[in-house]
Design a protein around this ligand. Structure first.
Ligand code: ZN
Length: 507
């Protein structure tokens, strides 16, 4: 029997957990202030808030670099085989966070923070004028900073190694080679499917739901997210420019945005963010300051939001229950729209140039495009100056569309200006994991959609709680998929799902 009360030189898992509480608490305060900044803060308070956040970041860094944490980790690592799997996960993740907090020189951290802020403004200005060349030097410097960061943490052999490090930061256990293998197979199946759908005479009519009062939208999406299982005793929903979800399972702050002429946007944004929130709410309470109570990674997180948003909320079963309610909320606006027309509007697919506006089918192609370019940038196969041309060529190949300017192309996303490389793949990994979880759940409960048709999501929620949420960060991304589905992570379930959902509608 392994036992976590085991003590190595008076170090214990309990002692380490207690020390991890303070940096975690400070991080949650910073997150709350960040939420407030986007939801409530009057413009005149921006400077004060920046100062508050920077003071808090300093305190959180000091707490995370507490030498006692390092001593506990080192002592526990010496006798790791005497720890339980839970204990080993706590130590492994504490080591990773501690190294990150202590191995980066303070001067480097300051330089990176200052440059990333300048790079953001350079990107925003270049985007405005669709002038990539004006932003290229800032982007190059961001790549350099990331390479140096990887080197400080022991992953500095090459640019390719730095890119692997970045991917692993977002999705533990993944590498560029692993992602490439998955994406190549996905691309081979997806491009022909999108071509067939684009060639179809069936087109979803855009903008068929107009003048839907915001108050009614609010009430409707509250009912939907509550039925899904979002716990409003431990969370709330507000309005922000870009929807997001912050906080921990004790207090989740999610947002959406409202447009009277596009009620499906606020609804599906809220369902997506509620999926993130439900995951956080299902992580083991009381352990949120250690790996056992934290999400497994970005792809895992995104799998939860996408599963609820897509597999569940775009299904026939879901709308068998909610369509009458939706029509009751918007009788005027839905008059003359047949059930099939409404369902097609919910599952509208149309290739476009802008990632954030993409449907769930073509979205994956946007991600594959970004991954392929990032990989080439870091391996040395593509220079920053060559990015716009490479972007446009890939866009033509994958989406059949070419941007008229860099604003519609390489300058559209904020991520690289924040030195966030290796982040994009998580979105698509999330889609793959969601589809794989979906079929694993269906294998156990083939009539799952009949539950939805009764407005009952409890079986699915319970299944996700047991297979994914309760696991915290015990597994890396591939390990979690193996644990939950009994199979290796694969693009096949996603291809199968997209074919089954969209071929009957469009092909
Ligand atoms: Zn998300």
């Amino acid at each position: 029997m392994t036992n976590d009360s085991f003590k190595a030189n008076s170090a214990s898992i309990d002692g380490l957990s207690a020390l991890l509480k303070r940096p975690h608490t400070l991080a949650t305060i910073a997150e709350l202030l960040g939420w407030d900044e986007q939801v409530n803060l009057p413009p005149g308070g921006a400077e004060l808030r920046a100062g508050q956040l920077s003071a808090l970041a300093e305190a959180a860094h000091a707490a995370a670099s507490d030498p006692r944490i390092g001593e506990h980790i080192a002592a526990l690592e010496k006798d790791a085989e005497k720890l339980s799997p839970d204990g080993r996960a706590v130590v492994r993740w504490a080591r990773r966070d501690y190294d990150r907090a202590t191995k980066l020189p303070a001067e480097f951290v300051r330089e990176k923070a200052a440059h990333v802020s300048r790079a953001y403004h350079a990107w925003a200005a270049a985007r405005e004028k669709a002038d990539f060349a004006a932003y290229a030097p800032a982007l190059e410097k961001n790549m350099d900073l990331v390479r140096r960061e990887a080197a400080y943490l022991g992953h500095g052999g090459s640019g390719a190694e730095a890119y692997d490090y970045m991917i692993d930061q977002h999705d533990p256990g993944m590498s560029a080679a692993a992602v490439e293998k998955l994406f190549d197979e996905l691309k081979a199946g997806l491009v022909p499917l999108v071509r067939r759908m684009t060639a179809s005479p069936v087109k979803a009519r855009a903008g068929i739901l107009r003048g839907c009062a915001v108050e009614k939208q609010k009430a409707f999406l509250r009912e939907v997210t509550e039925r899904m299982g979002f716990d409003y005793n431990h969370g709330r929903i507000d309005v922000s420019l870009h929807p997001f979800c912050a906080g921990t399972g004790d207090d989740i702050r999610m947002t959406t945005r409202y447009d009277a002429d596009n009620p499906l946007d606020s609804l599906f944004s809220a369902i997506h963010e509620a999926g993130h929130g439900i995951y956080e709410q299902g992580l083991p309470a009381g352990r949120r300051h250690t790996a056992l109570g934290q999400a497994a990674g970005m792809g895992a997180h995104e799998s939860q939001s996408r599963l609820w948003e897509n597999q569940v909320a775009r299904s026939r079963g879901f709308w068998r229950y909610f369509e009458p309610r939706f029509r009751e909320a918007f009788p005027e606006q839905t008059r003359g729209i047949s059930p099939d027309e409404l369902y097609l509007a919910i599952n509208a697919v149309k290739p476009g140039l802008i990632r954030v506006d993409a449907d769930e089918v073509t979205y994956n192609l946007h991600i594959i495009l970004r991954f392929e370019l990032e990989k080439k940038l870091f391996s040395g196969g593509l220079a920053v100056a060559g990015l716009p041309r490479a972007w446009n060529a890939a866009s033509r190949e994958l989406l059949g569309l070419e941007p008229a300017n860099d604003r519609e192309g390489v300058l559209q996303d904020v991520h690289w200006s924040g030195a966030s490389f290796g982040y994009f793949p998580s979105y698509c990994i999330g889609n793959m994991v969601a589809a794989q979880l979906w079929y694993a759940a269906l294998a156990e409960r083939p009539a799952l959609e009949n539950d939805f048709a009764r407005g009952d999501f409890s079986w699915l929620l319970g299944w996700l709680r047991a297979k994914v949420h309760s696991q915290g960060r015990l597994h890396d991304t591939p390990g979690l998929v193996r644990h939950a589905t009994g199979a290796e992570l694969s693009p096949k379930p996603l291809l199968r799902y997209l074919e089954e959902r969209y071929s009957p509608l469009y092909c």
